[in-house]
Design a protein around this ligand. Sequence first.
Ligand code: MRU
Length: 362
Amino acid sequence: MRVDGTPMRTIWPVAGRRVGIIDQTRLPHEFVTLELTTMEAAAHAIRAMLVRGAPLIGATAAYGVALAVTADPSDAALARAIEVLGATRPTAINLRWALDRARRRLAELPPGERADAAWALAAEVADEDVGINAAIGRHGLELVKRARKGDKPVNILTHCNAGWLATVDIGTATAPIYAAHDAGIPVHVWVDETRPRNQGAGLTAWELGRHGVPHTVIVDNVGGHLMQHGMVDLCIVGTDRTTASGDVANKIGTYLKALAAHDNGVPFYVALPSPTIDWTLDDGVKEIPIEQRDGGEVSLVPGRLADGTIASVRVTPEGSPVANYGFDVTPARLVTGLITERGVASASREGLLGLFPEKRGA
Ligand code: MRU
Protein backbone atom coordinates (compact mmCIF):
# COMPACT_ATOMS: atom_id res chain seq x y z
CA MET A 1 0.00 0.00 0.00
CA ARG A 2 1.19 3.52 -0.70
CA VAL A 3 0.70 6.26 1.85
CA ASP A 4 1.35 9.71 0.39
CA GLY A 5 3.07 8.02 -2.54
CA THR A 6 5.46 5.95 -0.41
CA PRO A 7 5.13 2.15 -0.07
CA MET A 8 4.39 1.34 3.54
CA ARG A 9 3.73 -1.70 5.66
CA THR A 10 1.59 -1.64 8.81
CA ILE A 11 4.44 -2.80 11.07
CA TRP A 12 8.16 -2.28 10.66
CA PRO A 13 11.41 -2.56 12.63
CA VAL A 14 12.98 0.73 13.68
CA ALA A 15 16.72 1.18 14.22
CA GLY A 16 17.64 0.63 17.84
CA ARG A 17 15.43 -2.41 18.19
CA ARG A 18 12.06 -0.74 18.31
CA VAL A 19 8.92 -1.41 16.29
CA GLY A 20 6.84 1.05 14.28
CA ILE A 21 3.06 0.69 14.01
CA ILE A 22 0.06 2.73 12.88
CA ASP A 23 -2.32 3.60 15.71
CA GLN A 24 -5.49 2.30 14.06
CA THR A 25 -7.71 3.62 16.84
CA ARG A 26 -7.07 7.12 15.41
CA LEU A 27 -8.18 6.27 11.87
CA PRO A 28 -9.92 7.46 9.75
CA HIS A 29 -9.59 10.86 11.38
CA GLU A 30 -5.83 10.97 11.96
CA PHE A 31 -2.92 8.95 10.56
CA VAL A 32 -0.57 8.53 13.50
CA THR A 33 2.42 6.21 13.79
CA LEU A 34 4.12 5.30 17.02
CA GLU A 35 6.95 3.15 18.31
CA LEU A 36 6.77 0.12 20.56
CA THR A 37 9.79 -0.30 22.80
CA THR A 38 8.71 -3.06 25.17
CA MET A 39 6.89 -6.37 25.05
CA GLU A 40 4.23 -4.89 27.36
CA ALA A 41 3.62 -2.07 24.87
CA ALA A 42 3.19 -4.65 22.09
CA ALA A 43 0.70 -6.58 24.23
CA HIS A 44 -1.22 -3.37 24.95
CA ALA A 45 -1.27 -2.48 21.24
CA ILE A 46 -2.90 -5.82 20.44
CA ARG A 47 -5.32 -5.79 23.40
CA ALA A 48 -6.46 -2.20 22.86
CA MET A 49 -6.62 -2.75 19.09
CA LEU A 50 -4.08 -0.14 18.03
CA VAL A 51 -3.18 -3.03 15.75
CA ARG A 52 -5.79 -5.61 14.85
CA GLY A 53 -6.70 -8.15 12.20
CA ALA A 54 -5.52 -11.73 12.57
CA PRO A 55 -2.30 -11.60 10.47
CA LEU A 56 -1.16 -8.28 11.94
CA ILE A 57 -1.87 -9.56 15.46
CA GLY A 58 0.43 -12.51 14.68
CA ALA A 59 3.20 -10.28 13.31
CA THR A 60 2.93 -7.90 16.28
CA ALA A 61 3.22 -10.83 18.68
CA ALA A 62 6.39 -11.97 16.88
CA TYR A 63 7.87 -8.47 17.23
CA GLY A 64 6.69 -8.42 20.86
CA VAL A 65 8.78 -11.52 21.58
CA ALA A 66 11.75 -9.83 19.89
CA LEU A 67 11.35 -6.80 22.18
CA ALA A 68 11.10 -9.11 25.21
CA VAL A 69 14.24 -11.15 24.54
CA THR A 70 16.19 -8.03 23.62
CA ALA A 71 15.53 -6.74 27.12
CA ASP A 72 16.04 -10.10 28.81
CA PRO A 73 16.91 -13.28 26.89
CA SER A 74 16.39 -15.67 29.82
CA ASP A 75 14.08 -18.70 29.69
CA ALA A 76 11.79 -17.03 32.23
CA ALA A 77 11.45 -13.81 30.20
CA LEU A 78 10.73 -15.76 27.01
CA ALA A 79 8.05 -17.82 28.76
CA ARG A 80 6.49 -14.70 30.29
CA ALA A 81 6.40 -12.89 26.93
CA ILE A 82 4.64 -15.83 25.31
CA GLU A 83 2.14 -15.96 28.15
CA VAL A 84 1.41 -12.21 28.25
CA LEU A 85 1.16 -11.82 24.47
CA GLY A 86 -0.85 -15.03 24.16
CA ALA A 87 -3.50 -13.72 26.56
CA THR A 88 -4.23 -10.53 24.60
CA ARG A 89 -6.96 -11.71 22.20
CA PRO A 90 -8.54 -15.16 22.13
CA THR A 91 -10.06 -15.72 18.67
CA ALA A 92 -7.37 -14.98 16.06
CA ILE A 93 -5.28 -18.14 15.85
CA ASN A 94 -2.40 -16.31 14.13
CA LEU A 95 -1.42 -15.11 17.61
CA ARG A 96 -0.82 -18.62 18.90
CA TRP A 97 0.73 -19.66 15.57
CA ALA A 98 3.33 -16.87 15.79
CA LEU A 99 4.08 -17.49 19.47
CA ASP A 100 4.44 -21.27 19.01
CA ARG A 101 6.84 -20.60 16.17
CA ALA A 102 8.86 -18.20 18.32
CA ARG A 103 8.97 -20.70 21.18
CA ARG A 104 10.19 -23.51 18.91
CA ARG A 105 12.85 -21.34 17.28
CA LEU A 106 14.17 -19.53 20.36
CA ALA A 107 13.90 -22.02 23.24
CA GLU A 108 16.61 -24.25 21.79
CA LEU A 109 19.11 -21.37 21.39
CA PRO A 110 21.53 -20.17 24.07
CA PRO A 111 20.13 -16.94 25.58
CA GLY A 112 22.90 -14.85 24.02
CA GLU A 113 21.70 -15.75 20.52
CA ARG A 114 17.99 -15.22 21.10
CA ALA A 115 17.60 -11.50 20.35
CA ASP A 116 19.08 -11.67 16.83
CA ALA A 117 17.08 -14.81 16.08
CA ALA A 118 13.84 -13.26 17.35
CA TRP A 119 14.20 -10.14 15.18
CA ALA A 120 14.97 -12.35 12.18
CA LEU A 121 11.93 -14.50 12.94
CA ALA A 122 9.62 -11.47 13.23
CA ALA A 123 10.86 -10.17 9.88
CA GLU A 124 10.28 -13.63 8.41
CA VAL A 125 6.68 -13.74 9.74
CA ALA A 126 6.03 -10.27 8.28
CA ASP A 127 7.56 -11.07 4.89
CA GLU A 128 5.69 -14.36 4.67
CA ASP A 129 2.40 -12.57 5.32
CA VAL A 130 3.05 -10.24 2.39
CA GLY A 131 3.85 -13.15 0.08
CA ILE A 132 0.76 -15.08 1.19
CA ASN A 133 -1.52 -12.11 0.60
CA ALA A 134 -0.09 -11.43 -2.84
CA ALA A 135 -0.82 -15.06 -3.76
CA ILE A 136 -4.37 -14.80 -2.36
CA GLY A 137 -4.78 -11.76 -4.59
CA ARG A 138 -3.71 -13.71 -7.69
CA HIS A 139 -6.07 -16.62 -6.98
CA GLY A 140 -8.96 -14.36 -5.96
CA LEU A 141 -8.55 -12.25 -9.10
CA GLU A 142 -9.78 -15.19 -11.16
CA LEU A 143 -12.96 -15.33 -9.05
CA VAL A 144 -13.57 -11.62 -9.55
CA LYS A 145 -13.11 -12.06 -13.32
CA ARG A 146 -15.57 -14.96 -13.27
CA ALA A 147 -18.16 -12.90 -11.37
CA ARG A 148 -18.12 -10.11 -13.97
CA LYS A 149 -21.36 -9.65 -15.92
CA GLY A 150 -20.73 -7.96 -19.28
CA ASP A 151 -18.78 -4.76 -18.86
CA LYS A 152 -20.47 -3.75 -15.59
CA PRO A 153 -18.37 -3.25 -12.44
CA VAL A 154 -18.22 -6.30 -10.19
CA ASN A 155 -20.06 -5.54 -6.94
CA ILE A 156 -18.21 -7.12 -4.02
CA LEU A 157 -19.46 -7.04 -0.45
CA THR A 158 -16.97 -7.25 2.41
CA HIS A 159 -17.33 -7.19 6.18
CA CYS A 160 -15.05 -5.63 8.80
CA ASN A 161 -11.49 -4.85 7.69
CA ALA A 162 -9.54 -7.71 6.20
CA GLY A 163 -7.41 -5.24 4.29
CA TRP A 164 -3.95 -3.73 4.30
CA LEU A 165 -4.53 -2.52 7.86
CA ALA A 166 -5.39 -6.03 9.11
CA THR A 167 -2.23 -7.56 7.68
CA VAL A 168 1.38 -6.54 7.14
CA ASP A 169 0.53 -5.45 3.59
CA ILE A 170 -2.11 -5.88 0.86
CA GLY A 171 -4.79 -7.53 2.99
CA THR A 172 -6.53 -10.86 2.54
CA ALA A 173 -10.14 -10.15 1.49
CA THR A 174 -8.98 -6.95 -0.19
CA ALA A 175 -6.11 -8.64 -2.07
CA PRO A 176 -8.35 -9.85 -4.95
CA ILE A 177 -10.08 -6.45 -4.96
CA TYR A 178 -6.82 -4.53 -5.26
CA ALA A 179 -5.55 -7.04 -7.85
CA ALA A 180 -8.70 -6.59 -9.95
CA HIS A 181 -8.66 -2.80 -9.64
CA ASP A 182 -4.97 -2.67 -10.56
CA ALA A 183 -5.64 -4.94 -13.56
CA GLY A 184 -8.24 -2.49 -14.85
CA ILE A 185 -11.28 -4.62 -13.96
CA PRO A 186 -13.97 -2.26 -12.66
CA VAL A 187 -14.99 -3.17 -9.12
CA HIS A 188 -17.28 -1.52 -6.60
CA VAL A 189 -17.15 -2.56 -2.95
CA TRP A 190 -20.08 -2.56 -0.54
CA VAL A 191 -18.41 -1.89 2.82
CA ASP A 192 -20.32 -3.09 5.90
CA GLU A 193 -19.81 -0.50 8.64
CA THR A 194 -19.18 -3.36 11.15
CA ARG A 195 -20.47 -2.28 14.51
CA PRO A 196 -19.45 -1.89 17.22
CA ARG A 197 -15.94 -0.73 16.31
CA ASN A 198 -16.76 0.27 12.74
CA GLN A 199 -13.70 -1.31 11.14
CA GLY A 200 -15.54 -1.26 7.79
CA ALA A 201 -16.69 2.36 7.93
CA GLY A 202 -13.46 3.65 9.44
CA LEU A 203 -10.68 1.42 8.10
CA THR A 204 -11.80 -0.46 4.98
CA ALA A 205 -13.41 2.65 3.48
CA TRP A 206 -10.27 4.65 4.31
CA GLU A 207 -7.85 2.26 2.66
CA LEU A 208 -10.04 1.56 -0.38
CA GLY A 209 -10.36 5.31 -0.85
CA ARG A 210 -6.60 5.82 -0.69
CA HIS A 211 -6.14 3.11 -3.31
CA GLY A 212 -8.81 4.69 -5.54
CA VAL A 213 -11.22 1.75 -5.34
CA PRO A 214 -14.89 2.78 -5.77
CA HIS A 215 -16.87 1.83 -2.67
CA THR A 216 -20.00 2.60 -0.67
CA VAL A 217 -20.34 2.27 3.10
CA ILE A 218 -23.55 0.60 4.24
CA VAL A 219 -24.90 -0.13 7.69
CA ASP A 220 -24.62 -3.71 8.84
CA ASN A 221 -28.13 -4.82 7.98
CA VAL A 222 -28.21 -3.72 4.32
CA GLY A 223 -26.39 -6.66 2.70
CA GLY A 224 -29.40 -8.99 2.57
CA HIS A 225 -31.52 -6.36 0.82
CA LEU A 226 -28.80 -5.70 -1.76
CA MET A 227 -28.43 -9.40 -2.45
CA GLN A 228 -32.19 -9.82 -2.97
CA HIS A 229 -32.00 -7.12 -5.62
CA GLY A 230 -29.04 -8.54 -7.56
CA MET A 231 -26.72 -5.78 -6.37
CA VAL A 232 -23.97 -8.06 -5.01
CA ASP A 233 -22.03 -10.34 -7.38
CA LEU A 234 -19.65 -11.75 -4.82
CA CYS A 235 -18.87 -11.62 -1.09
CA ILE A 236 -15.26 -11.82 0.11
CA VAL A 237 -14.47 -11.70 3.82
CA GLY A 238 -11.47 -12.49 6.00
CA THR A 239 -11.16 -14.88 8.90
CA ASP A 240 -9.62 -15.01 12.37
CA ARG A 241 -9.65 -18.77 12.62
CA THR A 242 -10.83 -21.48 10.25
CA THR A 243 -11.15 -25.08 11.39
CA ALA A 244 -9.72 -28.05 9.53
CA SER A 245 -13.28 -28.75 8.35
CA GLY A 246 -13.72 -25.25 6.88
CA ASP A 247 -15.86 -23.52 9.55
CA VAL A 248 -14.94 -19.84 9.56
CA ALA A 249 -14.73 -17.48 12.55
CA ASN A 250 -14.76 -13.85 11.50
CA LYS A 251 -16.03 -10.51 12.79
CA ILE A 252 -19.51 -10.61 14.31
CA GLY A 253 -22.16 -10.41 11.59
CA THR A 254 -20.28 -12.45 9.00
CA TYR A 255 -22.59 -15.44 9.58
CA LEU A 256 -25.69 -13.38 8.77
CA LYS A 257 -24.11 -12.22 5.50
CA ALA A 258 -23.30 -15.81 4.61
CA LEU A 259 -26.92 -16.84 5.28
CA ALA A 260 -28.19 -14.05 3.06
CA ALA A 261 -25.69 -14.96 0.34
CA HIS A 262 -26.73 -18.60 0.50
CA ASP A 263 -30.42 -17.69 0.26
CA ASN A 264 -29.78 -15.51 -2.78
CA GLY A 265 -27.26 -17.66 -4.65
CA VAL A 266 -24.43 -15.13 -4.18
CA PRO A 267 -20.95 -16.72 -4.02
CA PHE A 268 -19.47 -16.31 -0.53
CA TYR A 269 -15.67 -16.61 -0.40
CA VAL A 270 -13.30 -16.43 2.55
CA ALA A 271 -9.72 -15.24 2.05
CA LEU A 272 -7.71 -17.63 4.20
CA PRO A 273 -3.95 -17.38 4.78
CA SER A 274 -2.69 -20.78 5.98
CA PRO A 275 -1.51 -19.48 9.41
CA THR A 276 -5.22 -18.81 10.11
CA ILE A 277 -6.14 -22.50 9.81
CA ASP A 278 -6.54 -24.24 13.17
CA TRP A 279 -5.80 -27.84 12.18
CA THR A 280 -6.63 -28.99 15.73
CA LEU A 281 -10.32 -28.02 15.54
CA ASP A 282 -13.24 -29.55 13.71
CA ASP A 283 -16.50 -27.95 14.90
CA GLY A 284 -16.08 -24.19 14.76
CA VAL A 285 -19.36 -23.27 16.44
CA LYS A 286 -18.61 -25.43 19.46
CA GLU A 287 -14.84 -25.12 19.65
CA ILE A 288 -13.64 -21.66 18.55
CA PRO A 289 -13.36 -19.26 21.52
CA ILE A 290 -15.35 -16.10 20.83
CA GLU A 291 -13.96 -12.88 22.25
CA GLN A 292 -16.31 -10.76 24.33
CA ARG A 293 -15.15 -7.19 24.70
CA ASP A 294 -16.02 -4.23 26.88
CA GLY A 295 -19.66 -3.13 26.63
CA GLY A 296 -18.48 0.46 26.28
CA GLU A 297 -17.70 -0.34 22.64
CA VAL A 298 -21.43 -0.87 22.07
CA SER A 299 -22.87 1.99 24.09
CA LEU A 300 -20.29 4.67 23.24
CA VAL A 301 -19.58 5.45 19.58
CA PRO A 302 -16.46 7.48 18.83
CA GLY A 303 -16.39 9.94 15.98
CA ARG A 304 -15.24 13.36 14.83
CA LEU A 305 -17.45 16.29 15.81
CA ALA A 306 -18.17 19.21 13.47
CA ASP A 307 -15.50 21.31 15.23
CA GLY A 308 -12.86 18.65 14.50
CA THR A 309 -12.53 17.21 17.99
CA ILE A 310 -12.76 13.44 18.41
CA ALA A 311 -15.26 12.33 21.03
CA SER A 312 -17.52 9.44 21.97
CA VAL A 313 -21.29 9.75 22.10
CA ARG A 314 -23.59 7.49 24.10
CA VAL A 315 -26.22 5.67 22.03
CA THR A 316 -27.80 3.48 24.74
CA PRO A 317 -29.70 4.51 27.87
CA GLU A 318 -27.51 4.82 30.97
CA GLY A 319 -27.82 1.53 32.82
CA SER A 320 -29.05 -0.66 29.93
CA PRO A 321 -26.98 -3.84 29.90
CA VAL A 322 -25.06 -4.47 26.67
CA ALA A 323 -23.34 -7.54 25.25
CA ASN A 324 -20.34 -7.32 22.94
CA TYR A 325 -19.54 -10.54 21.07
CA GLY A 326 -16.59 -9.90 18.77
CA PHE A 327 -16.87 -12.79 16.33
CA ASP A 328 -19.22 -15.45 15.00
CA VAL A 329 -18.74 -18.71 13.15
CA THR A 330 -19.98 -19.35 9.63
CA PRO A 331 -20.43 -23.09 9.07
CA ALA A 332 -18.52 -24.54 6.11
CA ARG A 333 -21.76 -25.41 4.29
CA LEU A 334 -22.41 -21.67 3.75
CA VAL A 335 -18.94 -20.98 2.32
CA THR A 336 -18.51 -21.26 -1.46
CA GLY A 337 -14.73 -21.51 -1.25
CA LEU A 338 -11.59 -20.69 0.69
CA ILE A 339 -9.03 -18.53 -1.13
CA THR A 340 -5.63 -19.60 0.18
CA GLU A 341 -2.11 -18.81 -0.98
CA ARG A 342 -2.03 -22.21 -2.69
CA GLY A 343 -5.30 -21.81 -4.56
CA VAL A 344 -9.04 -21.99 -3.94
CA ALA A 345 -10.33 -24.93 -1.88
CA SER A 346 -13.82 -26.10 -1.04
CA ALA A 347 -14.65 -25.36 2.60
CA SER A 348 -14.08 -28.91 3.79
CA ARG A 349 -11.38 -31.07 5.32
CA GLU A 350 -10.72 -32.74 1.96
CA GLY A 351 -10.63 -29.38 0.21
CA LEU A 352 -8.03 -28.00 2.62
CA LEU A 353 -5.99 -31.19 2.72
CA GLY A 354 -5.93 -31.18 -1.10
CA LEU A 355 -3.98 -27.91 -0.92
CA PHE A 356 -2.02 -28.71 2.26
CA PRO A 357 -1.28 -32.45 1.93
CA GLU A 358 1.53 -32.20 4.51
CA LYS A 359 -1.21 -31.81 7.16
CA ARG A 360 -2.69 -35.21 6.34
CA GLY A 361 -2.40 -37.36 9.45
CA ALA A 362 -0.70 -34.53 11.37
O1 MRU B 1 -11.48 -7.39 15.85
P1 MRU B 1 -10.61 -7.23 14.64
O2 MRU B 1 -10.68 -5.87 14.03
O3 MRU B 1 -9.21 -7.70 14.89
O4 MRU B 1 -11.26 -8.25 13.59
C1 MRU B 1 -10.72 -8.36 12.30
C2 MRU B 1 -11.44 -9.34 11.46
O5 MRU B 1 -12.44 -9.90 11.84
C3 MRU B 1 -10.83 -9.65 10.14
O6 MRU B 1 -11.82 -9.96 9.19
C4 MRU B 1 -9.91 -10.87 10.29
O7 MRU B 1 -9.00 -10.66 11.32
C5 MRU B 1 -9.18 -11.17 9.05
S1 MRU B 1 -7.91 -9.98 8.77
C6 MRU B 1 -7.12 -10.33 7.33
